[in-house]
Design a binder for this molecule. Structure first.
Ligand code: PMP
Length: 285
């Protein structure tokens, strides 16, 4: 079946799903987005994603011409139209078509776009064996320049970091912030485990407040595992017993090497495995 793509209330075949080349989403990366997952026909954490989309939009003064409930309904409708039981959703709101200048007041027609597709981020064996990551020289956006809490259409910061990771033969980069502390991956949040305690950088380390991150924190707490949102350095990473990344696309991925240092035993650790299993059973429940 050909993919059906939602644009502003209408469904289009993939080949006909088009927006203006004057759209400021294209010209300036002026817009916001979300990535969501469908597990067993159900959209995982739909409300949370829609809420974050609206917070991002608010932060860039972009008015979405629909209510949160209507956006959620549109997502469900597009999933149904594509008859997907497992897959990935990209929900996008652009500033709309304007003129060739930055002023967002000239763009009055935001485009709400929903794409439903498949995604495989890493080969399945990496979930069993873990991945190697590398800290990169491209730091995460300074929060005073562009808050990493805004999930904007401009991902160049992360793309440049991702290119460095690929250059080093790694699947993912570990980005530091302007203070040299650990922030996050290019599309996922970072966690480590030390002496049975789960640690992850706080929001003010300059990170996206990941929905998978929040879910994993809740799962750990409900399993009586202590969780600390605390500033971390490369030292903490190298000395950790376990590391893992979380994200909608990545889910929960064990990290077994960073900057050439073996993490813990070099194999996915027990707490990582436990949280990964708990995450899958929640997502598929
Ligand atoms: N950080 C960044 C920079 C991301 O792009 C993502 C993916 N949206 C995440 C973290 C993970 O967030 P979530 O768990 O909500 O997908």
């Amino acid at each position: 079946m050909a993919a059906k793509i939602y644009i502003n209330g209408k469904m289009y075949d993939k080949a006909d799903a088009k927006i203006s080349v004057y759209d400021h989403g294209l010209l300036y990366g002026d817009g916001v987005f979300e990535g969501l997952r469908i597990y067993g026909g159900k959209v995982f954490k739909l409300k949370e994603h829609v809420r974050r989309l609206y917070s991002s939009a608010r932060a860039i003064k972009l008015e979405i011409p629909m209510s949160q409930g209507q956006v959620a309904e549109a997502v469900e409708m597009t999933v149904k139209a594509n008859e997907k039981r497992d897959g990935y959703i990209r929900l996008i709101v652009t500033r709309g078509a304007g003129y060739l200048g930055l002023d967002p007041r000239k763009s009055t027609n935001p485009q709400v776009i929903i794409i439903v597709d498949d995604i495989t981020l890493y080969p399945p064996e990496l979930y069993e064996n873990g991945i190697e990551i590398v800290t990169v020289s491209t730091i995460r956006n300074h929060p005073a320049a562009l808050s990493p809490r805004i999930k904007s259409l401009n991902y160049l910061n992360n793309i440049l970091a991702q290119m460095e990771a690929v250059q080093s033969g790694c699947f993912e980069a570990l980005m530091l912030n302007h203070k040299g502390e650990v922030s996050e991956g290019t599309a996922d949040n970072f966690f480590l485990v030390k002496d049975g305690v789960v640690r992850t950088p706080p929001i003010d380390a300059g990170i996206l407040e990941g929905i998978t991150r929040d879910t994993v924190i809740e799962l750990a707490k409900s399993a009586k595992i202590e969780v600390q949102e605390i500033a971390l350095t490369r030292f903490d990473v190298f000395a950790a017993d376990e590391c893992f990344l979380t994200g909608t696309a990545a889910e929960v991925v064990p990290v077994v090497k960073c900057d050439g240092r073996v993490i813990g035993t070099g194999k996915p650790g027990p707490i990582t495995k436990q949280l990964r299993e708990q995450f899958y059973s929640l997502a598929r429940s």
